[in-house]
Design a protein. Structure first.
Lengths: 793, 175
């Protein structure tokens, strides 16, 4: 008589999404859809210069424009101690520039008016006089002794260097390299990319003078962090701040940081005592908000001649833009870069990292990845590929030889992470079979006769998702746990709230499935709410694939607390002792008599109407979940590409993805996440990147210059599944949202490099645009990109 | 358009002349006075309070603002509202009837053709224009027809499946 779990929309059901009902009708509720009575509109004036001293700002003509209510400058912000704000990485960032501008697109002034058109008009009337300063657009310029100091606002900042950081065993690694048969070296640049969700950032600040309460509707993936930060910056009491993230039109890490526009709209609302809406335009989003990547690697592998990796040595140099505004756990200066090579059994490794300020937009956000893990895994898989080619070893074989084996878990990586589960070789074998690896050589030969170059590229990796256990992971000192609160009404329907923040992942659908799995309450009977700090329990939000590993676990745990209370109620209703009660999905019954039972709904009603003596009424609870470890999904991605040597154009002939993210709550949603992630991987490898000219002009400030793949270019993906449950997660799930973006790029690049192997070319930096591939074919030389780019790129 | 409640504004009114336009929106004639520079997308969203049409990129690239203009898909962020005078515009709000979803809407739900939902209205309208012209498209034809609409979440594969699902349903219904 247990319920059929799939029928009630429990775990494993490809339940159609609840949120779709509003989106397909055009009834979503994004920030720009919200209209408050008396609302004003804000527009930001941005710097056209990348590095310049502000000599003067004349806003008088802007005030003259009919309908203008307020014009704000850095000076006015400074008078209220709001010209600067803290970043998520213990740095400061200018809200409105006071002394100088440090990147193109930096916020210089703001106009608040009756209508967005008027605000835009008035912005054009502001006259700013700049004195140009030398511009630094990459870390190699930034590290020169003679380079202009970008952060002259900071004390104890004599150079443009932000940090030096290292981890691992230097001495041991040096020894391993000294003893190696071969050292394989590779230098790479992971270019700057912008996450570019379809919806830009925006906010509506609504300060109520009468109550003292500030409500801000905003595009945040982490509304509770914003509340904490606003309390600090605006010096408002935390209970008087309500942050509401409504529907978000994508995030991908771009909507984690706190941006000047939010802060300015808050001050504008306080000053005007009216709601103030700020909606960023696409150019503002692309040139000023959180980018991802922009890291240079020098990588070395110490190898035995049969391909066994004896040691890893990596040095990264990263470009963080004008403010160190990375969103990452505070202990780790370059995110979780040291998760690199976690899938492989490496005896010893050493990583050194240096970060620099440049005259570029700040960010360093985890763009659809877990804190620099995308770079870590890309570097890893490119280095493995280069090592295989250097030694003349099969690219599948070198991986197989070095994988952590199924029975070697738990496994401590050379950098100290603990991986706990996986079937790496099984995933690889499924992928190789699907791509037709055994017959590929013949296929390649046949293509050569047609004048086409074929290549296969493999990328296998495990990555740390779901930050994280509170000993290791915090942002601004706040531990990275998450939460869920479940309230079961008397009819057995329920409302669930979590500290995560959906932005397309489908939490409204999948969280209810976890409740259905744990309690047997049909998923359709569970409302899910997130994003309102006045109602949702404290949580660190959604990024770094942490929702299912952390908030999802909290949903399971709170459901179990509810079940434990319901069991006591059931014993009371069945007039037996609690020890004689058994549970099956949706129902308690007497062990000796399966027929005698009560449903979870019966227990819910009794919680409000017929309680055992002394029991607290109601059926609700909350759970704060501090995960014991990260989750470690594994992925094997294999691309088969064909290059036309006449043009350098490469086409994806086949792409195979084998993902092991543990137990899948909703297979349909999981597959959707994988396909979406693979597309961003394809984007970065083929066309999508942010670069700058020598004057610091951002090339890629709109969708005509910042190329994103459409349905036409994007290849099809074949998906395969392996399930190794996570041993510590309450429902055995691991993160998945970002695996494909993390692991995917190396598959595409390795495939193109495989096709070019005979030419001696070892590397083409992303994006592998046809002109770069063509140039490599013509010259037989590696193609490396570093801004300022050469013309033609 | 004056109303019973228009405030006599203390600030001098804008000297920009307005123009009266009548646009058939989802089958209903709507008459409004607009500034000549007002974009159609903004008229729909702010003026007519139909927020299903989204503005994404401002440069006619992303297609989040796609509406059907006399039955053909256009980007409403780069068309002036005055250009729509005397024409018909269909938005996402016009797709479903009170009781029934359009097969394209159903297809997007069934095949998981959306994540964040921001590009979805534009995608569905571009798909509608395609299916009205070509009721039995190939996968390539769907991909080409949607190539003016960007999506960052889904990877397009399920969007394409959604449109093919709808095509099949529409063909079955018309038989």
């Amino acid at each position: 008589m247990a319920l059929d779990e799939i029928k009630i929309g429990g775990m494993g059901a490809s339940r159609r999404r609840v949120e779709d009902n509003r989106f397909i009708r055009g009834k979503g509720n994004y920030v720009d859809d919200i209209v408050l009575p008396g609302m004003l509109h804000m527009e930001i004036l941005r710097s056209p210069m990348a590095h310049a001293r502000i000599k003067s700002i004349d806003v008088s003509a802007a005030w003259e424009v009919p309908g203008v209510r307020l014009v704000l400058t850095g000076e006015m912000m400074a008078a209220r101690n709001l010209a600067w704000m803290p970043t998520l990485s213990y740095d400061t960032q200018a809200v409105l520039a006071t002394d100088k501008v440090r990147f193109q697109g930096q916020e210089v002034a703001a106009v608040i008016a009756d209508d967005p058109y008027i605000a835009k008009d008035a912005c054009q009337k502001i006259v700013v006089e700049y004195e140009a300063l030398p511009v630094i657009v990459n870390p190699f310029q930034a590290m020169e002794a003679s380079s202009e100091l970008i952060r002259d606002d900071k004390e104890n900042q004599p150079t443009n260097k932000i940090f030096d950081w290292e981890i691992g065993d230097k001495e041991g690694t040096d020894k391993a390299f000294a003893a190696a048969d071969h050292v394989s070296k590779l230098e790479l640049h992971y270019p700057r990319s912008h996450p570019s969700p379809m919806e830009t950032c925006g906010s509506i600040a609504d300060f109520n003078r009468a109550t003292g309460k500030l409500t801000v509707y905003m595009t945040s993936q982490a509304p509770h962090i914003v509340r904490a930060a606003v309390a600090m910056v605006a010096e408002l009491p935390e209970h008087m701040i309500r942050i509401v993230s409504p529907d978000l039109g994508g995030g991908f890490g771009n909507k984690v940081p706190i941006y000047p526009g939010y802060v300015i709209s808050i001050l504008a609302s306080i000053l005007t005592e009216r709601p103030v809406k700020w909606i960023e335009d696409k150019t503002g989003n692309l040139i000023s908000t959180g980018f991802g990547r922009d890291v240079y690697l020098k990588g070395e592998l110490a190898l035995r001649k049969d391909g066994k990796i004896l040691g890893v040595r990596m040095n990264t140099i990263s470009d963080h833009g004008a403010f160190y505004a990375d969103a990452q756990p505070s202990k780790f200066k370059i995110g979780l870069m040291h998760s690199t090579f976690a899938a492989y059994d490496i005896p010893v490794a050493h990583l050194t990292s240096t970060g620099y300020y440049t005259n570029k937009a700040p960010g360093g956000v985890a763009y659809r990845c877990s804190f620099r893990v995308t770079e870590a895994m890309f570097f890893q898989e490119r280095m493995v590929q280069a090592a295989a080619d250097d030694l003349g070893i099969d690219q599948a074989e070198i991986r197989r030889m070095n994988f952590v084996k199924d029975d070697d878990f738990p496994h401590r990586t050379a950098f100290g992470f603990l991986t706990d589960s996986g079937q790496y070789e099984k995933c690889l074998n499924i992928g190789l079979e699907a791509i037709g690896y055994s017959t590929f050589k013949a296929e390649q030969e046949e293509a050569r006769k047609r004048g086409r170059l074929l290549g296969i590229g493999i990328s296998t990796m495990t990555e740390p998702l779901g930050a994280g256990n509170s000993k290791e992971y915090d942002i601004l000192g706040i531990k990275m746990f998450d939460s869920a609160e479940l309230r079961v009404h008397m009819s057995g329907k329920a409302i669930l709230r979590t500290g995560a923040m959906n932005q397309g992942q489908g939490h409204q659908t999948t969280w209810a499935q976890i409740v259905a799995h744990e309690l047997g309450i049909p998923a359709d009977d569970v409302t899910v709410e997130e994003g309102d700090t006045d109602t949702a329990p404290f949580g660190m939000g959604t990024y770094a694939s942490r929702s299912t590993p952390v908030a999802g676990a909290a949903v399971a745990m709170v459901s179990r607390k509810i079940r434990a209370k319901a069991r006591k109620i059931a014993a009371h209703l069945l007039e037996v002792s609690e020890e004689d009660i058994e549970w099956e999905l949706g129902r308690f019954y007497v062990r000796s008599n399966h027929e005698r039972g009560v449903t979870i709904q019966d227990c819910a009603m009794a919680a409000y109407s017929n309680l055992p003596d002394g029991m607290e009424p109601g059926l609700e609870n909350n759970a704060y979940y501090d995960p014991p470890n990260l989750t470690w999904p594994f992925a094997c991605y294999i691309a088969k590409v064909e290059i036309d040597p006449e043009t350098g154009v490469w086409d994806v002939l086949q792409f195979v993805a084998v993902d092991d993210c543990g137990v899948r709550i909703n297979p349909m949603v999981v597959e959707g996440q994988i396909m979406g992630g693979l597309t961003e991987a394809y984007a970065m490898s083929s066309m999508q990147y942010q670069t700058y000219d020598e004057e610091g002009n951002c090339i890629g400030s709109n969708y005509m210059d910042y190329l994103l793949p459409t349905a036409w270019e994007t290849p099809g993906f074949e998906l395969y599944e392996v399930v190794t449950p996570c041993p510590h997660h309450p429902i055995g799930a691991k993160g998945i949202g970002e695996c494909a973006t993390v692991g995917g790029p190396a598959a595409f690049v390795n495939a193109v490099m495989d096709a070019l192997k005979h030419t001696g070319v070892r590397n083409i930096d992303m994006p592998m645009m046809p002109n770069r591939v063509y140039e490599a074919l013509q010259t037989g030389k590696d193609i490396s990109g570093m801004p300022p780019v050469r013309s033609g790129d | 358009m004056s109303s019973l409640y228009d405030e006599v504004t203390p600030t001098p009114p804008s000297d920009v002349p307005t123009r009266r336009v009548t646009i058939d929106v989802n089958g209903e004639p709507r008459t409004v006075d607009v500034e000549p520079r007002l974009l159609l997308a903004h008229l729909l969203r702010q003026g007519l309070k139909m927020t299903g049409t989204h503005t994404g990129c401002d440069t006619t690239n992303c297609g989040a603002c796609t509406v059907l203009f006399d039955g053909r898909p256009i980007k409403s962020c780069t068309m002036l509202a005055v250009q729509a005078d005397g024409h018909s515009v269909e938005t996402v709000e016009g797709l479903a009837s009170a009781s029934e979803l359009h097969p394209i809407q159903e297809g997007f739900k069934q095949e998981h053709g959306l994540h964040c939902g921001f590009c979805t209205p534009g995608m569905m309208l571009a798909a509608k224009a395609l299916l009205e012209e070509n009721p039995n498209p190939t996968e390539d034809e769907v991909r080409w027809a949607l190539s003016g609409n960007l999506c960052r979440c889904t990877g397009y594969q399920n969007i394409v499946k959604s449109v093919l699902w709808a095509a099949e349903k529409m063909r079955a219904e018309s038989n």
